[in-house]
Ligand binder design. Structure first.
Ligand code: ZN
Ligand code: ZN
Length: 236
C-alpha cells in the first residue's frame, strides 16, 4: 500500500484512455476520459437493459425480449462499448492489461448501486472461458471483474460453479439467432446443489446480444437458481 503510494508519487500513472496523467481516485482513467464514457441512461428495456435511442415511455420491453424471453431476470451494463471503454477493455482482455480490473470494478460497482442495490444477492458468478483458452490468456477477464466487484462490495462472495465445456467460434460477426445456436449447450454447472435456491449476480465484461449470459442463466435456472441478475461493464 505504502509502496504503491510512493510509486504513484514518483511515477504518476498515465491515463489508459488518453495518456495524460491520471488522478489518484480514478487510477488508470483520468476524469476527462471517465466523464466521456457513454453511460447507459433511460430509456432502456426493463429486462435486458438495452438502451434505445429516442423516446420511450416508462416500463417497456425491447423486441428481442418480447420474441425470446431471456432466462435471466434482468441485465444491466455501465456504459456503451465505444471509444475509450472499448479500447481499454480490449487492452484488458487481449493484451493482459489486468491492472485495469480495479477501475472496471468501480464501474461495475456504480452500475450495481444504480440498478441492483435493493436486491438480495447470495453469490457472484462469472462467465467462464473454455479451459484451454483461459490457459492461453492466463486469466479470465470476467473472473477478475467479479473479484474486483466482490472486493468493492465487501463480503459478497464469488463462488464460481459455471464451466465451459467446449470452445465456441467468435460471436462478433454472428446474428442474434446464430449466437444463440453457437452457445447452446456449451456451459455446465459443477455443483448443482450449491446453485439451488440461490440469487445470483452474473458478471461479464461485454454484453452484445446477451446470448452468452442468457445461456449461462438458462443453465443456472435449470439447476434451481432462484434468480439471475446480469451485470457487465459494457454494452455492445
Ligand atoms: Zn484520459
Ligand atoms: Zn430487452
Amino acid at each position: 500500500m505504502l509502496l504503491g503510494a510512493l510509486t504513484d508519487l514518483l511515477f504518476p500513472r498515465a491515463c489508459m484512455g488518453c495518456g495524460k496523467p491520471a488522478r489518484e481516485a480514478a487510477r488508470y482513467f483520468c476524469w476527462d476520459c471517465l466523464s466521456r464514457l457513454d453511460v447507459i441512461r433511460p430509456p432502456f428495456c426493463r429486462l435486458c437493459g438495452d438502451p434505445v435511442d429516442g423516446a420511450a415511455e416508462g416500463d417497456f420491453l425491447c423486441s428481442e425480449c418480447l420474441s425470446h424471453a431471456p432466462a435471466f431476470d434482468q441485465a444491466r451494463s455501465a456504459a456503451r462499448y465505444r471509444g475509450v471503454l472499448q479500447t481499454t477493455l480490449q487492452d484488458f482482455k487481449y493484451h493482459g492489461a489486468t491492472w485495469l480490473s480495479r477501475d472496471f470494478g468501480m464501474l461495475l460497482l456504480a452500475c450495481f448501486q444504480t440498478h441492483y442495490s435493493a436486491l438480495a444477492i447470495d453469490t457472484i458468478l462469472y462467465v467462464p472461458l473454455f479451459p484451454a483458452k483461459e490457459r492461453d490468456r492466463s486469466f479470465n477477464q470476467a473472473g477478475l471483474l467479479a473479484h474486483a466487484l466482490s472486493t468493492q462490495l465487501r463480503g459478497l462472495p464469488v463462488k464460481q460453479r459455471l464451466v465451459k465445456l467446449q470452445p465456441t467460434q467468435t460471436q462478433t460477426h454472428l446474428t442474434a439467432v446464430k449466437r444463440r445456436a453457437n452457445v447452446h449447450g456449451t456451459f455446465s454447472i459443477t455443483d448443482k446443489s450449491a446453485i439451488a435456491g440461490q440469487r445470483i449476480l452474473l458478471i461479464d465484461d461485454v454484453m452484445t446480444t446477451g446470448a452468452t449470459v442468457n445461456e449461462c442463466a438458462r443453465m443456472l435456472k435449470q439447476a434451481g437458481a432462484e434468480a439471475v441478475f446480469v451485470l457487465t461493464v459494457a454494452r455492445g
